[in-house]
Design a protein around this ligand. Structure first.
Ligand code: XMP
Ligand code: MG
Length: 182
């Protein structure tokens, strides 16, 4: 285990099994269709990469980078597009792939945007759900794991751009946050 991690919440093996399970469900969901999988950068990258390998239909991938955080552990409350999709959304079946839903702000912004762009359907799959953090009415169609209202890192999730490369999800030691809220 990494020195900065206080405890592991979800192991590498648990994540791998969940990706397979979600992939099987998504294969059924999108049978005979050609969905557009939209990964929300940067956090969703490992999850997207693993879950997509278990979806056995045709699909197209694209990426969106939005930010509602300024590097710390608190949302700035504002969503801005850092990188937009290259693909036209109109008439497409969208599968949004997220690392975590906390306040729900990022996803409600994206869902509204894709509705405005006339997507045919929009589904959300998230690896983690933090229901206690929710301030907007957004629900994922598929959730890997529920996590408590703690700041988590690893498997795509960062604290100040670190720890995204950990293969598991964990909680940092309090001293790592320094003066920031934990
Ligand atoms: P909202 O609040 O808009 O948050 O649902 C979505 C984005 O916020 C980030 N986030 C976290 N990142 N550990 C992280 O490393 C966390 O516990 C956490 N909670 C929210 C994340 O980027 C997510 O896409
Ligand atoms: Mg994110």
């Amino acid at each position: 285990m990494h020195n900065d991690i206080e405890k592991t919440l979800i192991t590498e093996e648990e994540i791998a099994a969940k990706c397979e399970e979600l992939g099987q469900q998504l294969t059924k969901e999108y049978e005979e269709r050609f969905p557009l999988a939209v990964g929300v950068l940067k956090g969703a990258l490992p999850f997207m990469s693993d879950v997509l390998r278990h979806i056995h239909t045709y699909l197209e991938m694209d990426f969106m980078d939005v930010s509602s955080y300024d590097g710390g552990t608190r949302s700035s409350g504002e969503v801005k597009i850092v990188k937009d999709l290259d693909t036209k959304v109109e008439g497409r079946d969208l599968l949004i792939i997220e690392d975590i839903i906390d306040s729900g702000l990022t996803l409600s912004y994206l869902v509204d945007l894709f509705k405005y762009r006339k997507a045919n359907s929009i589904k959300i799959v998230t690896l983690l759900d933090k229901p206690l953090g929710r301030t907007s009415h957004i629900k994922a169609d598929m959730v890997g794991f529920e996590v408590p209202n703690e700041f988590v890192v690893g498997y795509g999730l960062d604290y100040q751009e670190r720890y995204r490369n950990l293969p598991y999800i964990g909680v940092l030691k309090p001293e790592i946050y320094g003066g920031d809220e934990a």
